[in-house]
Design a protein around this ligand. Structure first.
Ligand code: CS2
Length: 489
């Protein structure tokens, strides 16, 4: 009796063996050089930036990527074992598969620090990109570098052996300056408003604490454009690996899945070193803020709303949430009637059409996107997704009843997690669970507890009587089961 041997692993050696019909690099990988360093090799980076760079390597092989993991080794080990190759599954009714070759090498920062520094100070490296989540920038709510954070305190005391993203960026820049090289461009690909300005402030403040001349040099010379990134990328699982292996005929341990839609908008920063991003399919524009606001408030605002209300209503995925007619109607009314008036869309962005597309994308039946994944880090996400529209409505005297619902639903969700012991992933987890445990179900009392979180709610907002009243009313109406009045909202 013979047992079937497991399929061999995806690598340069097996690339020629993958099944016909699967897209693969259209360039010779042996000619690639490392021109970009990327911090944060997770699924979103592989589905998004690595995909864009893959599209320009045929014309210009200088821009291979070196991935760096700040913590952990599992992704960088897997990338190394696969010569940097991995698969993107585009989820449509008949999924499309593509093997991406743009990641040339991968290092774990903690154990391969010398390799990382060698790349950061290489003349050929002209851009450093990153996806480290908002938490990775080590900022206070007012946008200053949080010197109270353990990693930052560590990196200021031992700048040559950094742990934080900011510490790495500044050490790399210090070494380049000593070598007479220009700074690399620093490009944040995190889903955060004003990501370029926030990153630059953190880097310059850190450098200032090390060496004011270095800070001045960075401030004057470094390009740090803001960007808007967009592609729905649900976490992968064993079923995805199995599907990809069946289609390719070789085993990929780190495939990613995403919707077919991908958008990357980058602020035009004339003279910026690095690749021709437009040739990689990036929209380069002066008005990145307009795109960014529309995306964060409409897509991410709707996502968070569906996540907290949906979970309270017993839904599991975005598809289930959008199949709940009352919930889908609520989300549409919220984005169309309450969020849209807070936006100034850039010329050429047709807001009503954009809203339709976004809601269709969220409802994509070919995607299984867990609401629990979207619910992560609510204390960081809600402010930049929903506080802007709320503050604009307060100022303009527009109603707040619908806008208060996702905020109240998040409070109800935290209360539920504190009571049922379920998973709560959030940098404020401990504090939130304490608050959740202290809730009684009485709306005015419970909502005041949460509004007192001054790392989350700006004082002016927490003290706006119209807002706190609307949140308490929404909290009352929603109850523990995420009720939505069928009409009148
Ligand atoms: C989601 C985003 O998990 C979440 O919070 O809202 O990851 C969303 O899928 C992306 O921003 C889409 O570009």
């Amino acid at each position: 009796m013979t047992t079937a041997s497991p399929p061999s692993r995806l690598s340069n050696a097996t690339l020629g063996r993958i099944a016909a019909g699967v897209a693969r690099p259209d360039y010779d990988r042996a000619t690639l050089r490392t021109g970009i360093v990327h911090f944060g090799p997770g699924a979103f980076h592989r589905a998004h930036q690595a995909f864009h760079v893959d599209r320009l390597l045929k014309a210009d092989p200088r821009w291979g990527i070196c991935d760096v993991a700040l913590r952990g080794t599992s992704i960088t080990d897997a990338l190394t074992a696969q010569d940097g190759l991995f698969t993107i599954a585009e989820m449509r009714s008949a999924p499309a598969y593509r093997v991406v070759g743009s990641i040339r090498e991968a290092f774990a920062a903690r154990s391969q620090a010398e390799d990382v520094l060698a790349r950061l100070r290489a003349e050929t490296v002209q851009a450093v990109t990153m996806t480290v989540t908002e938490n990775g920038y080590c900022l206070t709510r007012s946008g200053d570098l949080d010197t109270g954070r353990a990693e930052i305190a560590h990196d200021l005391a031992a700048p040559q052996a950094p742990m934080s993203l900011i510490g790495w960026l500044v050490e790399g820049l210090a070494q380049r300056r000593r070598a007479g090289l220009p700074p690399y461009a620093m490009i944040s690909c995190d889903n955060v408003a004003d990501n370029g300005a926030r990153l630059k402030r953190a880097v310059v403040q850190f450098a200032q604490a090390r060496d004011p001349d270095l800070a001045r040099w960075i401030e004057g010379e470094a390009h740090v454009p803001s960007t808007m990134v967009d592609s729905i990328t649900p976490a992968g699982d064993e079923a995805l690996k199995a599907r990809v292996a069946a289609r390719l005929g070789v085993l990929d341990q780190i495939p990613v899945q995403r919707e077919p839609y991908v958008q990357w908008v980058m602020e035009d920063s004339p003279g910026m070193p690095g690749p021709d991003w437009a040739a990689a399919g990036v929209t380069v524009t002066r008005d990145v803020a307009g795109y960014e606001q529309a995306k964060l408030r409409i897509l991410n605002g709707a996502h968070s709303t569906l996540a907290y209300l949906g979970l309270l209503r017993g839904r599991k995925t975005t598809r289930d949430a959008m199949a709940d007619a009352m919930l889908a109607r609520f989300a549409r009314a919220l984005v169309g009637e309450d969020i849209a008036p807070s936006l100034t869309p850039p010329p050429g962005l047709d807001l009503p059409a954009y809203i339709d597309t976004v809601l269709e994308r969220i409802a994509n039946p070919a995607i299984t996107h867990q609401l629990s994944q979207i619910a992560w880090d609510g204390s960081l996400k809600l402010p930049y997704r929903l506080f802007g529209p709320i503050e604009a409505a307060l100022e303009a005297g527009r109603p707040l009843d619908r806008l208060a619902v996702p905020i109240a639903a998040w409070m109800r969700f935290v209360r539920a997690r504190a009571r049922d012991g379920g998973e709560l992933i959030d940098p404020l987890r401990g504090r939130l669970l304490e608050l959740g445990a202290a809730t009684t179900g009485e709306a005015a009392n419970d909502t005041m507890l949460f509004l007192g979180l001054d790392g989350v709610f700006p004082r002016a907002l927490a003290h706006a009587a119209r807002f706190s009243l609307a949140v308490a009313q929404a909290y009352e109406a929603i109850g523990d089961a995420g009720a939505l009045p069928g009409d009148g909202w």
